[in-house]
Design a binder for this molecule. Sequence first.
Ligand SMILES: *Cc1c(COP(=O)(O)O)cnc(C)c1O
Length: 360
Amino acid sequence: MPRSDPQRRSWVDEAIRRVDADANRSADTHLHVFPLPGGPGIELYLKDESIHPTGSLKHRLARSLFLYALCNGWVGPGTTIVEASSGSTAISEAYFARLIGVPFVAVMPRSTSARKIALIEWYGGRCHFVDEAPDMYAEAARLARECGGHYMDQFTFAERATDWRGNNNIAESIFAQLEKERHPVPAWVVVSAGTGGTSATIGRYVRYRRHVTRVMVADPENSAFLDGWDLDTSDYTTGAASRIEGIGRPRVEPSFVGGVIDDMVRVPDAASIAAMRWCSRRLGRSVGGSTGTNMWGALTVIERMRAAGETGSVVTLLCDSGDRYVSTYYDDAWVAEHGLDLTPYEAVLAELEETGRFTG
Ligand SMILES: *Cc1c(COP(=O)(O)O)cnc(C)c1O
């Protein structure tokens, strides 16, 4: 169907209406107060992105990517959507593809867990496998070309598909929810980076609104983001995969906007997992691995604030639920098999509970 066809235009109108109506039916995500050990003066909040219909912060990204593609005229009736993702992005995009009635194909490594494949298929998506993870991107582009489909390309478009000035993006929502708190403008927002889209949105928003808030990105082992940021280059690669699902990349992704990040911290994977388990126990709800990375980063800035005698609030993200990691990060045998020793980090968290000081 030619792009100017009125029937195509009315199909696009209807698809946008469905995506919009879905957002209108959805509630905003909670901002929990985290019970922080130690004296008063510093508050920590967790933005709970696990309660989106598809269970992670990728629900926001998928909605933005679909609206962006629809409004750019890239998607019409019957356009197959292709994405390179073995994780949360594929699950959320499969949901939106079904919502507007187009086919969805996720290109992923053959080693992807059966549980994730089942979830993508449950939403009506099809999984297409490659033998080596780095081949996903070229294969997704090839597949889209071949079937006249659209390669969504989260790592390129995450940064520009979101309205960073507002329109109920994650940053605007956090600031609105903090309005009646003791410190409504946070001193720090701590996030981690997969595409880099979330840190780009929050970083641009706080600058646009001229808030004093600073943005920290916590990066797991093997990720290229931190060294790329330190060296101020997007050319940096590690060539190694991250063990913390959803975050940490072997290369600096195009959606990672280093200029809006005030500080970065390296979090050992065992510290992420120890903090994930500690956070779940203390909060009374189960959180995923990247939330542990975020928590370790948040505790790092909070300790700096405490040492400097500062008061204020800190916000970090609960990116997805621990339900997805019962047989990995929550399983002691899996942790041991992967050569991870949580003991020193658990001791740091126990000391924090006792003394209110974080020595991580
Ligand atoms: C994608 C993802 C992140 C990071 O978000 P980006 O906006 O892509 O940088 C963190 N945690 C989980 C579980 C994710 O899936």
